[in-house]
Design a protein around this ligand. Sequence first.
Ligand SMILES: [Zn+2]
Length: 161
Amino acid sequence: MTPLTPEDIARLQKCLDSHRRKANKLGVPADDVRVDDLLAKSLRDPDGNHLCKTCGCVLCFNPDAVREDNKAHIGHMHHLSGKARPSPLEPITHPGHVLSNIDLQCKLCNETDNHQTVAPCNAKARKMTPVKGRPNSGSIRSRGKLPTKADKARWLASKGG
Ligand SMILES: [Zn+2]
């Protein structure tokens, strides 16, 4: 395995910190979770590579690999969304940003999860949700050819001028 660089660690810590602030805003528990603790509890293969908690793929920690599907992300098993605590009057049932609710996930699993739980009723989000095994499913299908001048003339003629 390639050992994580200080930059990799710093990137993940930044992610954790921003999630902690989000949890704070939502009014759910917000621990100062450290990268080391997260790495220590994450799944590993026999070679010591960190694995995605959801699909078990080997994670990529390179900060330059922005578009890689297996790029390491911070995932919350119970998601940090507006639904985490619908009203401040209600008791807190969401675990929040705590180590037991956090795991390493690949980019694809993280996005799929988030879209399915955070925006299940949002048609656009559903359309954009990447689906495992269908690499091109995230793209918007082209709507066919744009109408030509001839099409427009035909349309105007059908309207009777
Ligand atoms: Zn995964």
